[in-house]
Design a protein around this ligand. Structure first.
Ligand SMILES: C[S@@+](CC[C@H](N)C(=O)[O-])C[C@H]1O[C@@H](n2cnc3c(N)ncnc32)[C@H](O)[C@@H]1O
Length: 231
């Protein structure tokens, strides 16, 4: 073999090896949810079934209007419904904040956001702004929200630390970040453990990203409302 031919073969081998490394380390998507790096909590898979999110039984299981009473959603507020899904809570929030308020309905699944927009059209709600986020960034406007609400969502964040940092950016000073989650402390609540959150894990993970713990509000059939503040 001539030396030019040897150089060509070596070059081709290096290129093939490099593309293999890129193929395995960068391009390959993650297939399983990770664990939280601080608490070791197993993060859940992502819900995709709009029919399940809109199931009639949620009225008794979650009592959504009472939840919003307890949280305190009032006319004129700017609220981010993060992980809004098919808009089960978004439309209820939109009715409460009224024409002087605004709901930013954010999710990473375009099909769910499209279903949410259909609901807004049917209900003639003009104060809802759909936002397509990414796994690590909600892509919401900075320093805008009075309240960021996560209903049955936080346990699904595959990159919780970067998501929380992006939520801090969108909250006004003194604004509230609220996690509504099925109570992990209660083993009789019939839902998979990865789809529940304990107050202890939520406090550890959320305060580590610079939020201040405020309080836990009880009064719902199966969930707790865990309140944090932007400093
Ligand atoms: C169990 S559903 C709850 C939907 C809605 N909050 C409700 O109460 O009907 C969880 C939602 O979180 C969304 N989600 C998961 N990870 C997310 C992320 N990193 N950023 C935004 N949304 C996310 C999912 O796409 C899904 O719509």
């Amino acid at each position: 073999m001539t030396s030019a031919r040897v150089r060509f073969v070596v070059f081709a081998l290096v290129l093939a090896t490099a593309s293999l490394v890129v193929g395995t380390q960068v391009v390959r998507p993650r297939t399983a949810p990770p664990i939280h790096p601080i608490t070791g909590r197993q993060i859940a898979g992502i819900a995709t079934d709009a029919g399940w999110l809109d199931r009639r039984e949620r009225e008794t299981e979650e009592d959504p209007e009472r939840a919003l009473d307890l949280i305190g959603v009032t006319p004129g507020m700017s609220v981010a419904d993060v992980g809004a899904g098919s808009g089960y809570m978004t439309v209820r929030i939109a009715r409460r904040v009224g024409v002087t308020g605004r709901v930013y309905a954010e999710d990473i699944q375009p099909a769910l956001l499209s279903r949410l927009q259909d609901k807004a059209t049917v209900e003639q709600l003009t104060n809802i702004e759909p936002v397509l986020g990414t796994e690590d960034d909600a892509r919401l406007p900075p320093n805008t929200m009075d309240l960021v609400l996560l209903v049955d969502v936080y346990h699904e964040f595959w990159q919780p630390q970067s998501m929380l940092r992006s939520l801090r950016r969108t909250l006004k000073a003194g604004g509230r970040l609220i996690l509504m989650e099925y109570r992990k402390e209660d083993p009789t609540i019939p839902i998979a453990a990865t789809h529940k959150m304990s107050v202890a894990d939520a406090r550890t993970e959320v305060t580590a990203e610079g939020f201040t713990f405020d309080r836990v509000i009880s009064g719902l059939p199966r969930q707790h409302i865990i309140v944090f503040r932007q400093n």
